[in-house]
Design a protein. Structure first.
Length: 315
């Protein structure tokens, strides 16, 4: 049985990744901060997941308890809210913490290290976002993600680990941040409320959570079988890129046009209305043609269904 370690397992991406590896028979260890208020989210996995309440800096305890691991998935990253996303202090702490994760992975004998990067690393561009594109991130969060990638390449090489930097685009699904545009639309429109939006004329890309996690899993399998692979960046995104307005209107139709859409009244963030146009050729090539299973309509309906199911269970 293969053993893996996941950090950030209480987050949206990390929790779904934990579920994926459990379902495929892996022994999964997750690192959780002792003071974490979200660790109860892992209770649903029962004894399929081993939870180690431990600081990532406590490499001795990690070694003594986990002993060894085949791979490390580093999805932990603080300061993703609007208050801290531009804090250089918070983001620099993330870099230091993430470099420590590489050292812990090395101590455990991991052969693969994967971390969650972000589309914001590319910055403002109207070009197709290929992994080779020169990056000019706007906020401190994007700058830190990019800086960590640059340092991680060398650190993983010295540790004799294969390294994948996963640049996630807009992943959605049940459990996503409540302030995301899709979460907002799915909550407000059925209540008959008005949702203020930008003009939504820029290009966008949404990927359903199950597809995103399946892509990561397929990539992992491909990397461990590829004897010549050393390191690389991979965009984790959908093949469906179009104007944001088209996605919004499609959601409105799925919801039987409840509520009201008000385009052009939302105040943009400092970077403005940025188009994102990802290229996923690298992902498809290394995974021998991996394809997503959820078209946008299917993903939105599944998100709604899961929300209703959980509400019914609570009631």
């Amino acid at each position: 049985m293969e053993r893996i370690v996941i950090t950030g397992a209480t987050g949206f991406l990390g929790k779904n990744l934990t579920k994926k590896f459990c379902e495929n028979g892996y022994e999964v260890w997750v690192l959780v901060r002792p003071e974490s208020k979200s660790k109860d989210k892992l209770n649903e996995f029962g004894d399929r997941v081993h939870v180690l309440e431990c600081s990532i800096y406590d490499t001795d305890r990690i070694k003594n308890v986990i002993k060894s691991s085949d791979a490390w998935f580093h999805f932990a990253w603080g300061g993703v809210n609007r208050e801290e996303i531009d804090s250089s202090e918070v983001q620099n702490q993330n870099i230091r913490m993430s470099l420590c994760a590489i050292q812990a992975a090395k101590i455990l004998g991991c052969k693969v290290f994967m971390d969650a990067g972000s589309r914001v690393e590319y910055g403002v561009t109207d070009k197709i976002m290929k992994e080779s594109l020169e990056c000019h991130p706007v906020n401190e969060y994007g700058k830190a993600k990019l800086e960590f990638y640059r340092e991680a390449v060398e650190a993983c090489k010295k540790a004799d680990m294969k390294y994948c930097h996963l640049r996630f685009f807009s992943v959605y699904g049940y459990g996503d941040h409540p302030w995301s545009i899709i979460s907002t639309l799915l909550h407000e429109l059925p209540l008959g409320n008005k949702v203020k939006l930008s003009a939504c004329e820029h290009k966008w890309n949404f990927m359903y959570i199950d597809d995103a996690i399946d892509a990561v899993y397929a990539l992992y399998l491909a990397v461990i079988r590829n004897h010549t692979f050393e390191n690389g960046i991979f965009n984790i995104a959908s093949a469906d890129t179009r104007k944001l307005k088209e996605f919004v209107i499609e959601i409105h139709k799925i919801l039987k046009e409840e509520g009201t859409l008000e385009f052009g009244t939302f105040v943009q963030a400092k970077e403005g209305a940025l188009s994102i146009i990802p290229d996923i050729t690298a992902l498809q090539e290394i995974t021998a043609g991996w394809k997503e299973q959820y078209i946008f309509e299917k993903g939105i309906k599944e998100t709604i269904r899961k929300g209703i199911s959980e509400t019914n269970e609570k009631n």
